[in-house]
Ligand binder design. Sequence first.
Ligand code: FPP
Length: 240
Amino acid sequence: MFFKKKKITASAERNIPTHIAIIMDGNGRWAKKRSMPRTAGHAAGSKKFKEIARYCNKIGVKYLTVYAFSTENWRRPKEEVDAIMNIFRDYLQDSANFKSENIMLKFIGDRSGMPQDIAELMAQAEYDSKDATGLKVYMAINYGGRDELVHAVRDIVKEGISPEEITEDTISSHIYTKDYPDPELIIRPSGEYRLSNFLIWQSAYSEFWFSNVLWPDFSPEDLDRAIDDFNLRNRRFGGV
Ligand code: FPP
């Protein structure tokens, strides 16, 4: 008797992570390789986000969190920041981007730091998509993991919760992601092996998957590879 090595494919029965988080990195290098301005890389990155969100929805991922703009990204040249803001505006104004896909859209991050009109578009998009029953997309905009914890601690203090009462659950229920589970799989393309202040509390037990592919070149097949590798991991959560 022999055992056949179990082959996992996109179509075979496999465990689809409930929550996947992606650091959409490599837009600038993608553009540079093509002698294009960095802003063209971000436009391509935005297109790629739509494609991957659609694919996640199709294969039954429940939550997708994407790192779109960090609290540190304001340090980039004004021209680049303005271009990224315009990409957000275009995306949010085109509500078909999420409505027709049955995708719920929410934002995590400090929206008080966003231009007023974009903050309003974000609120509108959340309202418009609130009844969607498909994939829930959480877009991290003006997001930083440390900043998130600072806000959580401030809120806990303001609520008068005493030090003895504070547990891990207290923190988890005061961070931006309080309404949804921690990511099981975090993907970072573009050959960087850092978390860059993304979901630092939530990633305590996440599986990490890295690839050299630049984000605008990332494909549904790459996502399948990440999920296949995830299926081969042995998650023990500190046990044996
Ligand atoms: C990191 O690549 C990317 C960003 C800081 C911006 C990401 C923004 C988008 C993908 C557009 C998002 C828009 C929507 C609607 C989701 P990088 O610029 O650091 O690339 P590099 O490391 O090659 O320079």
